[in-house]
Write a protein that binds this ligand. Sequence first.
Ligand SMILES: Nc1ncnc2c1ncn2[C@@H]1O[C@H](COP(=O)(O)OP(=O)(O)OP(=O)(O)O)[C@@H](O)[C@H]1O
Ligand SMILES: [Mg+2]
Length: 334
Amino acid sequence: MRLAGRETPARGRKGLTIEPKNAWTVKFFLEKEAREVSTDRIGPAEQDAANPAQQMGRLRFGVSVVEVLTVRRVSVEFTARSSWWTRGGAKPAAVCAVREVSFSVAAGEALGLVGESGSGKTTTARAILMLVRPTAGEILFLGRNLCQLPAGEIRELRSRMGIVFQDLNGALNPRLRIGAIVEEPLVVQRHLARKDRRRRVATLLEEVGLDRALADRFPGELSGGQRQRASIARAISTDPALLLADEPVSCLDCSVQAQIINLLKTLREQRGMAMLFISHNLAVVRHLCDRVAVMYRGEIVEQGGCADILVSPKNDYTKRLLAAAMATDRGVLE
Ligand SMILES: Nc1ncnc2c1ncn2[C@@H]1O[C@H](COP(=O)(O)OP(=O)(O)OP(=O)(O)O)[C@@H](O)[C@H]1O
Ligand SMILES: [Mg+2]
């Protein structure tokens, strides 16, 4: 398991450094490790070496030992449906959208997930959110295996994940005002009184670069860039440990893309969130992410530091993807 570029102590079967037998004890220690700011496990030198966003994330979310997100050999299959279109022909085969995918994201770290259309990026994100059930593997979020939790606990943990989608129109309810949209996750979470929620919404809007007066507008009365900023404000409203951003800038023009990317970068650094950033745009991934995982036909074919993978890729598919993307990506951010 990685930690600030160093190896953490060897772990047992359950991912713990100790090996308790009792199921309750295992659960207790996993939760304890996820909560504690265990500076005892990280020497001062290692702390200094870590990037500031990762340090911030450890302090805020207490996840110095366990990564925020660990995806282990996760597969997702969709069962085929028979319909008028397929009747008379061969029975359609089940679609294996994601096949034995493994990666992890530490606090304050951004992992880019890239790959061609249909390679399984969104399905991977949906599996992390438990919107589709993985057919195999495990997803550990803050040390808890989401695949084994009851629906109530999944909902609670999901409130610690922020989501920003590509589809600007579908993501924001057109009948709600921006203030109510940003406030919604806080209402569900029930931690704050109404007055405090309103104050928080105003602060969030300013944090993402929107005038607080826009809280009274409907999504249709905002520009694309403003809508995506509102969407980001809602995603970070519950102070998530993990931000899942699925093609958050692909609907925007180049100048607005750069602003949104820089906003995400700043928020990640200030808040120490872990980030899974899905994109076709390799220039954007290089600018924003520490590491990158390349998906092809449902599998991760290569992953590592952006500097390695996006400069000297080893895998043939990554080389092709990079060559194809170079020409169009150049000039977006510089
Ligand atoms: N609900 C579903 N039922 C059946 N197949 C699905 C379903 N959702 C996705 N798929 C299939 O899974 C594969 C991966 O889809 P996914 O949306 O994850 O791709 P993607 O990498 O996000 O593509 P894009 O870059 O175009 O968004 C595709 O072949 C898609 O048709
Ligand atoms: Mg997608």
